[in-house]
Ligand binder design. Sequence first.
Ligand code: HEM
Length: 217
Amino acid sequence: MFVKQLMAISGIFFVLFVIVHAYGNLKMFFGQEAYDRYAEWLKGDAFYPLLPEGGLIVIFRIAMILLAVLHIASAFYTWNVSRKARADRYTVKKNVTDAYAARTMRVSAVILLFLITFHILHFTTATIPAGFEASEMSPYMRMIGAFSNPALVVLYAVFVGTVALHIGHGTWSALQSMGWLRRNTQNVMVVISGIVAAIVFVMFMAPPIGIAVGMIS
Ligand code: HEM
C-alpha cells in the first residue's frame, strides 16, 4: 500500500536526522570552541554560497514540518484501515507481534510529540527556563547548564529511550512495508533495527552523561 511506503520513507528521513543530530552533539566532547563554532555554522553560513546565509535552518525546519505532517497523516490512515479490518470478523487475524508493535508505535508516538515539544521549548526557544536563562548564552554553556541538573539527564534519557524504541520498531516495520523482510532475513533485520536503536541511544546520551559526571565542564 502506497501510504505505508510514505510512512516508511518519511521515517527514514527522521532516522537520518536523529543520527546526524546525535553525531553533531558529540562535538561537546571537543570543547566549547568546537561546539559553538559548529552551532554557529549550522545557523549561519552552512553550505554558503550554495545556500544563502541561514538558509540551511530554514530549509531544515520546512522539511521537518512537511515530513511530520506526512508521517503522522499516514500513521492515522493506516491505523484507521487496520481498525476497520479488525472490525470485520472475516478478516484473517494478524499475529500478536504485529499488534504489539503497532501499539508500541502509537503509544511512543504520543509520548514523543510531547517530549519533542518540550525539547524545542527548552533548547530552541528557552521558553522553559531549565538550567539556563539568557538566550545570549553560548550553545555550549546552555548544554552544560541544562545537564548539570540530574533531573534533566533523566528526562532526556526517557526522551531518547522513547526515540530509540520508536526507531527500533519503526525500522523493522519500514523494512516490512518496503517488502525487504524475508523469512530467512527476518532475524538479521531484527538485530539491525536493535543496533540502530542502541547506537542512537548511546550517541545521544553520551554528552548529557559526560556533563553529569564532570567529564565535560
Ligand atoms: C540528549 C539528547 C538531545 C540533546 C542534548 C539535544 C540538544 C539540542 C540542541 C542543543 C539543539 C539546538 C537548539 C538551538 O540552539 O536552537 C537541538 C535542536 C533540535 N533537536 Fe535536539 N537534542 C537531543 C535529542 C533530540 C531528539 C531525540 C530529537 C528528535 C526526536 C531532537 C530534535 C531536535 C530538533 C527538531 C531540533 C531543531 C529545532 C530547531 O528548529 O531549531 N533532539 N537539540
